[in-house]
Design a protein around this ligand. Structure first.
Ligand code: ADP
Ligand code: MG
Length: 200
């Protein structure tokens, strides 16, 4: 990513350090039980996760973007309406798997940060699933290509994503290995697989 960063690095050197530093923070998220202090499903929880992961890397960690962004053919929510949209998404119900998925899809459409949305929002999703359903997604069981194509499809039709993620649910919510392998998988979707979370 060509975004300004605090590391004074660019290219592959930046990518590796971004992965290493934020994966180390992800591990601490689990070990220090940071998520227990946040309100599952709120935008403020997502901001806190994003800030926690990326505060040593990006100036904008945890802060709602003010510029418009797109990926492929898809334009994420207009920065102009973002604050209001995020309040509405925070207030969406989360009492069933289908409602939680709908909320996750809306949060992806919002894409509140310039970078790091995918990784932060997957942790945010698991936090909701754990609190409301006593389950999390074992992301190591979610195929990267299927996942990305289901996400691209999700603003129009959510069937693929729903089936894909439902099949990877586990009640093993306190398993540190599952957590770390999920982080590795989550980074792999973004092309980041230079380090293993357990090694950083
Ligand atoms: N065309 C698309 N339409 C909708 N969502 C997408 C699209 N492409 C990618 N995504 C979602 O955006 C995420 C990547 O967002 P990004 O801010 O780059 O996060 P990260 O920095 O963690 O990679 C992907 O993991 C996926 O969930
Ligand atoms: Mg990215």
């Amino acid at each position: 990513m060509a975004l300004k960063n605090k590391l004074g690095l660019e290219g592959l050197a930046f990518q590796y350090e971004e992965e290493r530093i934020s994966k180390r923070k992800a591990k601490r998220l689990y070990d220090e039980r940071v998520l227990d202090t946040l309100e599952a499903g709120s935008y403020s929880a997502l901001q806190a996760i994003h800030r926690w992961l990326f505060e040593d890397i990006y100036d904008f960690s945890g802060e709602t973007r003010t510029l418009n962004i797109a990926k492929g053919n898809f334009r994420f929510a207009s920065a102009l309406y973002l604050p209001e949209a995020l309040q509405q998404i925070s207030a969406m119900p989360q009492d069933t798997f289908d409602r939680i998925l709908a909320k996750y899809i809306e949060m992806n459409i919002a894409h509140p940060f310039p970078e790091g949305n995918g990784r932060a929002t997957r942790i945010w999703l698991d936090m909701i699933l754990k609190k409301e359903l006593g389950q999390v997604i074992d992301w190591s069981r979610v195929d990267p290509e299927e996942y990305l194509s289901a996400m691209e499809r999700s603003p129009v039709r959510d069937t693929e994503l729903r089936l894909l993620l439902k099949a990877a649910l586990t009640a093993d919510t306190e398993n540190r290995t599952v957590f770390m392998h999920s982080i590795d998988a989550s980074y792999r979707y973004e092309g980041l697989a230079h380090y293993r979370t357990e090694d950083v």
